[in-house]
Ligand binder design. Structure first.
Ligand SMILES: [Ca+2]
Length: 346
């Protein structure tokens, strides 16, 4: 009886292991046999003189990840503003940001001076993206990009382009493309740059000869600042203005995107009241689902620039508000420090 039990248990363990293996094979096939991958490899050979056999071998180890396809269809940004905001504008992320700012104050000041992007904005982006470098993603970037390039038709051309950029980046920097980790969408490192952004806006900001956005906070800081500058961030210009009231007929003008913008001085004429200075600066109307109902804001061009990092208005507003919370918290911390020093001196 005892033996029978052991045999039964062994069989169960075996069949469960087999089932697991089968599931893995069924759910995560490699791209070795994929005609799309083969066509892509052909393009890489023709366009960029990659070695066909090497790329074919590489793609035998690249896998379709169902979990990535699932994640694409439920992004955090789809949550209502009232739920999304407290995920990012919250005490732990503010405290972490104050520490990150203090640890990299000189680099941040240098980036602000050179690119015109406030230190608080750079810290906030890194805070929202990876909690200051702590969560940089656990998917293999090549699995993510190939899965989205070859099995996510909605955005296949974009991700195919990023896969191309990733292989070029691997060749330029000499890293093994199979070892690089990132988000489920293939964003990499402390600043979560897509490969094309890495190649275009990555900066060696500490001058050690490498553009390292994985382990080097200085490089990440410079790169975020250059990215913002590249997309048109205007030094010292406003980002958002609160709206005091919106007439009912004007509500439909919200959330139409940056192409639907008018000078801030003209918004009053269409029923949108703001205390902001009446200038010629363009702004778009934003509506967010706040805790107490709809919230309205006017977003200037600098707000639009934040959406170049992530197209969601929720993302951009959370990053902006985190930057403001960080400025206040850092000022309070510095005042506290000054008081403590004064106290010690006495
Ligand atoms: Ca560097």
């Amino acid at each position: 009886m005892k033996h029978l039990l052991v045999v039964c248990c062994m069989l169960m363990v075996l069949s469960s292991a087999q089932a697991k293996q089968q599931r893995a094979t069924v759910q995560e096939p490699s791209f070795a046999q994929s005609p799309d991958a083969a066509a892509f490899i052909g393009e890489m050979v023709q366009r960029h003189q990659f070695n066909q056999d090497e790329l074919t071998r590489l793609f035998r180890d690249v896998h379709l990840k169902q979990s990535i396809l699932n994640a694409m269809d439920r992004p955090a940004e789809a949550k209502p503003w009232s739920v999304y905001r407290p995920l990012f504008v919250e005490p732990k992320r503010i405290a972490g940001g104050v520490r990150f700012w203090a640890a990299h104050a000189d680099t941040l000041a240098r980036a602000e001076a050179q690119y015109g992007v406030p230190a608080s904005m750079i810290v906030a982006i890194i805070g929202v993206e990876t909690f200051y470098g702590r969560n940089t993603g656990s998917y293999r970037v090549i699995d993510a990009l190939a899965t989205l390039a070859f099995a996510y038709p909605k955005r296949a051309p974009y991700f195919r382009g990023e896969l191309e950029q990733f292989l070029l980046l691997s060749r330029e920097t000499g890293f093994d493309p199979l070892t690089i980790k990132g988000s489920y969408a293939g964003a990499m490192g402390i600043s979560q740059f897509m490969p094309s952004s890495y190649r275009q806006y990555g900066v060696d900001f500490d001058g050690d000869g490498l553009r390292d956005l994985w382990d080097n906070a200085d490089d990440a800081i410079g790169s975020v600042a250059q990215y913002f500058q590249g997309y048109g961030w205007k030094r010292g210009a406003p980002v958002v203005a609160p709206v005091q009231h919106v007439e009912e007929h004007a509500q439909g003008l919200a959330n139409r995107g940056w192409s639907f913008r008018i000078p801030i001085k003209d918004w009053a004429g269409v029923g949108v009241g703001t205390d902001a200075q009446k200038t010629d600066a363009d702004a778009m109307l934003l509506e967010l689902a706040g805790v107490d109902g709809p919230e309205y804001w006017l977003g200037y061009e600098n707000f639009y620039v934040i959406t170049r990092y992530n197209h969601s208005f929720h993302y951009a507003m959370a990053a902006w508000q985190l930057s403001q919370a960080l400025e206040a918290a850092r000022a309070a911390a510095l005042t506290g420090q000054a008081n403590t020093t004064a106290h010690v001196k006495q």
